[in-house]
Design a binder for this molecule. Structure first.
Ligand code: PMT
Length: 404
């Protein structure tokens, strides 16, 4: 599974660093290319020479050492790797990853990688259970960083408990599982997919806008599922607090017109477009240049319709596969079928946003897939990511049928 893969191994300063030598050896035996990046503290435990000899590659220890290639090294390294593994990962590197501190080669390269990151924590068990460390691990998990272990047992400091780095073979098994799953799931390999997410904002004046309750959770989950399946994903996103899934290129916009421009510009080269964004149907005719003064008089805002992006895509589409979402508050299916035909979508995903656990801001959704051939599939309440993965499978299935 690891043959031909390029792995970045980050080694931080813990006694378990000596075990990482074995990780390099095992990765190389399986045919992986390994680049080791060490923190300064790690070099106190094991020398860079050991890792250089085991990996047969240069070892990176400082942002400012003599470059080994002509490229900006932390960026070019970040672009090459299929996965990064931090083993051992100290409490310090976890905290730096959470906050985005980039004060050495390893923390800097980790900000630039767009492929999956695996972390094998290793520290004293009291440090591991400290609320700060636990919170950091929780945040990293939310960002889809995979945490391996830690294991339990006797610790170098003399105490017993959890906090030991997982054994090298257990760590390798996790990497193997990841690559075997992603190989099976590479339905979308070579496909270009554009996803829209979040709620657009239509400015009234420099401090106010017309918006909606979309958080971007649904669209970001869709982007993640397509990236996991091997697609080259562009996410055109309205303002959102959600972390960008790894491997996804994000284009930030604010208004419906900006979204229209960015989506239309990229449309010709896409294979699939998924419109999960909640796009404002109207915008104020006038965008005041100064903050509107408060008065006791009522105010009238004149609104004009925004361009309908999905409808325009439906009119222009050649080979592209189009998916729309419909946020409904009544007669979801009737309205959904009508929207699907009018907007010429290949799949329309209807959600009744009045249901608990569905629609805006929730981690789950309750949806029905409507297909252009008249079929329909009702899904029970499930996470937005799981719905997105179901969508990947449906499209892969439909595309394989049209090839037959
Ligand atoms: O972001 P979350 O908090 O996770 O919430 C998820 C969601 C409820 C926003 C999502 O599941 C959803 O339903 N997205 C579509 C919302 C919407 O705009 O629905 P609509 O029925 O108004 O529009 C139908 C389709 O036309 C949508 O694909 C929409 O992107 C598209 N549209 C609408 C208006 C417009 N001017 N241009 C468009 O392209």
């Amino acid at each position: 599974m690891l043959s031909g893969k390029t792995i970045l191994l980050g080694v931080t300063g813990g006694i378990a660093a000596y075990k990482s030598v074995e990780i390099v050896s095992r990765l190389r035996k399986q045919g992986a290319e390994v680049y080791v990046v060490m923190t300064k503290a790690a070099t106190e435990f094991v020398t860079p020479l050991t890792f250089r000899s085991m990996s047969a590659n240069p070892v990176y220890t400082s942002l400012f050492e003599e470059p080994k290639t002509w490229n900006i090294e932390h960026i070019s390294l970040a672009e090459q790797v299929d996965a990064s593994l931090i083993a051992p990962a100290t409490a310090n590197i976890l905290a730096k990853m959470v906050t985005g501190i980039s004060d050495d080669f390893l923390s800097t390269v980790l900000l630039a990688v767009r492929t999956p990151i695996f972390v094998a924590p290793a520290m004293n068990h009291a440090m591991y259970h400290h609320p700060a460390t636990q919170k950091n691990l929780e945040i990293l998990r939310e960002r889809d960083i995979r945490i391996i272990g830690p294991a339990q047992g006797f610790q170098a400091c003399g105490s017993e408990g959890d906090g030991r780095m997982s054994e090298p073979q257990d760590i390798i098994n996790v990497l193997e599982d990841y690559f075997s799953q992603s190989r099976q799931n590479r339905y979308m390999s070579g496909k270009k997919v554009l996803v829209t997410a979040g709620g657009t904002r239509e400015p009234i004046d420099p401090v106010r806008y017309i918006g909606n309750f979309s958080t971007g959770k649904m669209g970001y989950a869709v982007a993640q599922a397509f990236a996991e399946a091997g697609a080259q994903v562009t996410l055109v996103s309205a303002p959102s607090e959600i972390a960008v899934p790894s491997g996804v290129e994000v284009v930030s916009i604010s208004t419906a017109e900006e979204m229209y421009t960015e989506v239309l510009r990229r449309f010709p080269e896409q294979d699939i477009v998924i419109k999960a964004a909640a796009v404002a149907d109207y915008r104020p005719v006038v965008r005041e240049t100064q903050k509107m003064k408060k008065s006791n008089q009522s105010v009238r805002l004149e609104l004009v319709p925004n361009p309908d992006i999905l409808t325009t895509l439906g009119q222009k589409k050649q080979e592209q596969f189009l998916v729309g979402f419909a946020a409904e508050t009544q007669n979801p299916l009737d309205n959904g079928w009508e929207k699907m035909k009018r907007k010429k979508a290949d799949i329309l995903i209807v959600n009744d946003v009045t249901l608990p656990g569905a629609g805006f801001g929730t981690d789950t959704n309750i949806v029905t897939f409507l297909f252009a051939d008249g079929r329909r599939r009702d899904l029970p309440q499930m996470s937005k990511l799981e719905i997105a993965r179901q969508l990947v499978e449906e499209i892969a299935h439909l595309k394989s049928k049209t090839k037959e």
